[in-house]
Design a protein around this ligand. Structure first.
Ligand code: M6R
Length: 580
């Protein structure tokens, strides 16, 4: 959450075409407000998306140093004053920040007593005043940063500049931060996507490290201020065409990319990812306890994994990472498998750190290479979906499920994965027009229920999640069997109930009859010709999860179009959730 960018270049760069172009690539991390400041103190910020800020800047505005920020609000409402960068009173120190300073109130009180005046409601504003105070006490920046890291509790990736100083100070604990080494500039960013069009060379910050980036060099230091040598990593990034091409939204583009993104992944199983998959399958066979950790859509993929593995006699649990403290105690006999598109989700990261400390083995399925979760892992499988720009996960979900299927296959599950890309193509081709038509009526509904059982239960949740996040329609994804234990009281005439019925599942048919008897409007998704309103290709129950998911994603997309929702950037959300 929140995207930060800082650039230093001895040749100078355009604020509009370089700095904010990179920031725009991080907009999916938060889009409540944005702002930048150059090394000579030229500051601009606005609420809302980045485009108006970009439009407001003259092409000729260049600088050698600048920092910028795209905000997902935590402390303080969405206002221009709360937008970053924040600054000290005489506007000589500026900071952008991703994370949360837990003890900011305490620090604010101390600074206020010393006469510092705060104008925003944010935790971040403490930072420039803190450094102002440190410098006034006679400390140099190294000492000030060391003091900061010891005085502050919480999570942070911070970029800080002093006016007319031509360098950036970058400090990191828990929140992601990476330095891109581009041809004629250094780019500090929340993730590699910010600069992946310019360079594939990067240095990843670890916790409690800081760096000093100037025109011709970068220096890294540990928490004690001791210089450290960092490794330059060369990442590979599967790049789909990054424009929307002829599509009106990234969401639909990403849904339709799936025949190719799934094929790319499946092809990697016998080639570049073969050894890693064998290693993970071995770990899974030889571990006492497997715990999947994930959130949101990735959690739904993990549930499918759990069901597949449990069916093979391998005991697993899927746990929503933010609640894992209540359910798991990690030890050296535990294998944690994190599933995360971004590889940065804080709820997952913090559990993995605990698990690692307790001696557990860590594996992961991620989309973003070198993400924090991948770097914490003993073995990590890449889902190779390519950049996903829409906040809602679609193609990455499909690829997560496909990795689950491949792992299950290596442990004894029978499936022909090669057919999947073609069947995805068919699913879209057969269903899109019908889905569009249904969406007109669905868009007028206040509540939608989605029923599933077994492997289609996670899909019921997944479809409901998309109806909520894209369309802002209340939706419940339910275990069909649970309906009669209370929720059926909400079923009335014309209430839409989407029923997921793979292979004529009899219990699903009964549950569907029960709601139909109460007058509900039933939409059956099935893989048996003539047995559903929306039909996906013939397949087993696990594959049905993929195809029914695509139908559900198409549905939430088309409802969103009718309702004129902010499809790629739904309100209040961010793609990479890096706060707890
Ligand atoms: O990057 P992650 O996969 O860890 O993200 C997890 C969730 O935040 C994410 O799936 C979220 O639920 C999406 N908005 C769903 O479309």
């Amino acid at each position: 959450m929140c995207g930060i960018i800082g650039i230093v270049s001895k040749d100078g760069f355009s604020v509009k075409n370089t700095l904010l172009k990179s920031l725009k690539r991080l907009e999916y991390r938060g889009y409540d407000s944005s702002g930048y400041v150059t090394g000579d103190g030229e500051l601009s910020k606005r609420t809302g998306e980045i485009d108006p800020l970009i439009a407001s800047i003259n092409e000729s505005t260049t600088t050698k140093v600048a920092i910028s920020h795209s905000r997902w609000a935590t402390h303080g409402g969405v206002t221009k004053t709360n937008a970053h960068p924040h600054f000290n009173t005489d506007k000589t120190i500026f900071a952008v920040h991703n994370g949360i300073l837990e003890n900011f109130q305490e620090l604010k009180t101390t600074l206020t007593k010393k006469g510092y005046k705060f104008i925003s409601e944010t935790d971040t504003e403490v930072i420039p005043h803190y450094f102002d105070d440190q410098l006034k006490q006679g400390n140099d920046m190294h000492q000030a940063i060391k003091n900061f890291m010891s005085d502050v509790r919480g999570t942070f990736a911070i970029l800080l500049i002093k006016k007319d100083d031509n360098q950036i100070y970058a400090i990191k604990r828990d929140s992601p931060l990476v330095l891109g080494l581009a041809e004629n500039k250094f780019i500090l960013a929340s993730d590699i996507y910010a600069f992946s069009d310019e360079t594939n060379k990067a240095i990843f910050f670890e916790d409690n490290e800081y760096a000093l980036i100037s025109e011709d060099k970068y220096e890294f230091f540990n928490v004690n201020g001791k210089p450290i040598t960092k490794k330059i990593m060369e990442f590979e990034w599967t790049r789909e065409d990054e424009t929307m091409e002829h599509y009106p939204h990234y969401m639909i583009k990403e849904i339709k990319e799936q025949p190719s993104s799934s094929l790319r992944l499946i092809n990697s199983f016998e080639t570049i990812q073969n050894n890693k998959l064998n290693k993970l399958a071995d770990l899974m066979k030889n571990t006492k306890r497997i715990v999947f950790l994930a959130c949101g859509t990735s959690y739904h993929a993990s549930l499918i994994g759990s069901i597949l593995l449990s069916d093979l006699g391998i005991y697993t649990r899927s746990i929503i990472a933010s609640e894992a403290d209540s359910f798991v105690k990690y030890d050296e006999k535990t294998l944690c498998i994190a599933i995360s598109q971004s590889g940065e989700t804080m709820d997952v990261v913090s559990q993995l750190k605990k698990a690692k400390k307790a001696g557990a083995k860590i594996a992961s399925l991620v989309n973003v290479p070198f993400s924090t979760i991948q770097r914490l892992s003993d073995v990590s499988i890449e889902i190779l979906a390519g950049q996903e720009v829409c906040v809602a996960a679609t193609k990455t979900f499909t690829n997560q499920v496909i990795v689950m299927l491949e792992l299950a296959k290596r442990l004894g599950y029978k499936i022909d994965l090669k057919q999947i890309p073609k069947k995805i193509q068919q699913t879209i081709a057969i269903n899109e027009d019908k889905v569009k038509e249904m969406s007109i009526k669905l868009s007028k509904k206040r509540d939608i229920f989605v029923l599933g059982k077994g492997m289609s239960y996670p899909m019921a949740r997944e479809i409901a999640l998309k109806l909520k996040e894209i369309d802002y329609i209340h939706a419940e994804g339910m275990m069909a069997g649970e309906l009669k234990h209370g929720t059926i009281a909400l079923i009335d005439k014309d209430v839409p109930v989407i029923s997921l019925i793979p292979n004529g599942n009899e219990e699903m048919i009964s549950a569907t009859q029960e709601v139909k008897a109460r007058g509900a409007w039933i939409i059956k998704i099935s893989n048996v010709e003539g047995k559903g309103d929306l039909i996906v290709p013939k397949c087993d129950e696990a594959e049905f999860a993929i195809y029914s998911g695509i139908v559900g994603h198409l549905m939430s997309y088309h409802i969103g179009v009718i309702l004129k929702r902010e499809i790629d950037k739904p309100r209040n959300l961010a793609k990479s959730v890096t706060v707890k």
